[in-house]
Design a protein. Sequence first.
Length: 163
Amino acid sequence: MIKTLNDLFYETLRDMFYAEKKILRTLPKLARAVNSDDLREAFLHHRDETEGQVERIERVFEIIGKPARGKTCDAIDGILEEGNEVMADFKGNPALDAGLLAGAQAVEHYEISRYGTLIAWAKVMRLSEIPPLLQETLEQEIKADELLTKIAKTAVNAAAAVK
């Protein structure tokens, strides 16, 4: 069977659907674990954004006429598992927030790369309704990453460095 860019697009979209739904379940747990109010607020705000991101992916599935079903994303599972290890190993320690923030940025970077790819592929496949939907999500992911960087630089990293 010949596999095309359409097949690759669909499989990558399924990967991101799984990832976003898993992230949606994980963000409240991260918010409860951190000490920084700014970081907690960022996690909860991004959880609200992620709900819209899931809805946009569901819309993309409708546009391409495929069922909205996720497929296990080993990359996100691995990053989130590292976050669980940080929570276990650093609970009650000043470096906890820095570790969880770094993990959250790893998630954002993964999402940024995937959404950029999906947008490029949708354009090549002439699926004109899809790029604007995914572009909105991509912009949210970029802003989330920028906010995490700001929180890291202005408070969290310095607090983690306290001896």
